[in-house]
Design a protein around this ligand. Structure first.
Ligand SMILES: [Zn+2]
Ligand SMILES: [Zn+2]
Length: 387
């Protein structure tokens, strides 16, 4: 049976898995229920090996093809975690966990890769080994980094790796990809501005960290407008401005600023980090205050390797007849840790006209399941043809 017809047949079953995951979202590494179900299903499908607890709560399944004459091993990766968002979809299967929600569609990603694993264990029509990878903590926790550090690539001999994300705005049943830098490096920073608090009616007796921090917020805008080559991409966002004073008449001693820096190449990343620190310290000095800068390099730039991007696009064309050019995305993606360890490619699958990801009204589109599952299977079979 052609791949797509088989997944049309499996759609109700995979949709049921998806709705169950959706109703029981789990955050970061705390994906115990989800990981347990994934491992149980992989065993039931007849995977040759199932390993739990890699990267804390990650799960890996090994599926051997009918033959293995070339020793090729291809990794296929999905993410399992949800977000700390209060769901507002009103769905019958909406989150039962208050303040947690599958608002990025990882419930769909996990279900689609499970569907593909079921098909691949039934058919095994490839020459080599497929390793299905289910990672926790994509949303900021670096679950991919943990799995790679836990020996994911070496232990299973993975040679290349593929990932997929649903994308609102891309029509259902279609795909988009680009080679080279694709998702941005996502760094987090905190600046603690220390002054000298006092009575709001006697500002001359204080060093006001609120005024100092306000100058910093404005000065930080010059990293993008005055420091970075205008033909390159950078985002510097200040997302939190907190003072310890809750009163109308108290100048606080401390203000904390938080934000993020997004870049698409390492030179720009270095420059942005250096300027952020110089601006914070220089502004503090100018105002008689001090600044402490904590800059955390979190997710690296996610780069699609040229050859693997072409394999992924060819598989998409085989499934849907076409594959569009995706735009650059300044969001971060934990798959970067996997594609830094082995050549890889990451593709977008259409989620149709829905609310954006990370929105309380977002929902994964079940009609995208046949295309997504088919792409996974086509990816494995076309990279490891029986001959
Ligand atoms: Zn997300
Ligand atoms: Zn996501």
């Amino acid at each position: 049976m052609p791949i797509k017809n088989r997944f049309a047949e499996m759609l109700p079953e995979i949709t049921e898995w998806r709705h169950d995951f959706h109703a029981h979202p789990e955050l970061l590494f705390d994906t115990h229920r989800t990981s347990g179900i994934v491992a149980e299903k992989l065993r039931a499908f007849g995977c040759d090996e199932v390993v739990e607890g890699l990267g804390r709560t990650g799960v890996v399944g090994v599926i051997k093809g009918k033959i293995d004459t070339d020793g090729r091993v291809v990794g296929l990766r999905a993410d399992m975690d949800a977000l700390p968002i209060f769901e507002a979809t009103g769905l019958a299967y909406a989150s039962k966990a208050e303040g947690k929600m599958h608002a990025c569609g990882h419930d769909g990603h996990t279900s689609m890769l499970l569907g593909a694993a079921k098909y691949l264990t039934e058919t095994r029509a490839f020459n080599g080994t497929v390793v299905v990878i289910f990672q926790p903590a994509e949303e900021g926790g670096g679950g991919g980094r943990e799995m790679v550090n836990d020996g994911l690539m070496e232990r299973f001999g993975i040679q290349e790796v593929y990932g997929m994300h649903n994308w609102p705005g891309v029509p259902v049943g279609t795909f988009a990809i680009r080679s080279g830098p694709f998702f941005a490096a996502a760094d987090n920073w905190t600046i603690t501005v220390k002054g000298h608090g006092g009575h709001a009616a006697k500002p001359h007796e204080t060093v006001d960290p609120t005024v100092t921090a306000s100058h910093m917020v404005i000065a930080l805008q010059s990293i993008a407008s005055r420091n970075v080559d205008p033909t390159k991409q950078v985002v510097v966002s200040v997302t939190s401005f907190e003072t310890e004073s809750k009163a109308h008449n108290v100048i606080p001693s401390t203000v904390t600023l938080k934000g993020t820096v997004r870049t698409l190449d390492e030179d720009v990343r270095d420059l942005a980090e250096r300027r952020l620190s110089e601006i914070a310290n220089g502004t503090a000095e100018m105002m008689g205050a001090t600044a402490e800068v904590d800059y955390l390099r979190n997710y690296p730039v996610m780069v699609n390797a040229d050859a693997e991007t072409e394999y992924a696009a060819a598989a998409a064309r085989a499934v849907s007849g076409a594959c569009d050019e995706a735009p650059l995305i300044m969001g971060g993606e934990d798959f970067a840790f996997l594609s830094n360890a082995r050549p890889g490619a990451y593709i977008l699958v259409g989620n149709g006209d829905t609310a954006p990801v990370h929105h309380p009204e977002y929902n994964f589109t079940d009609d995208a399941i046949p295309a997504g599952c088919s792409w996974w299977v086509e990816m494995a079979q076309s990279r490891m043809p029986l001959g």
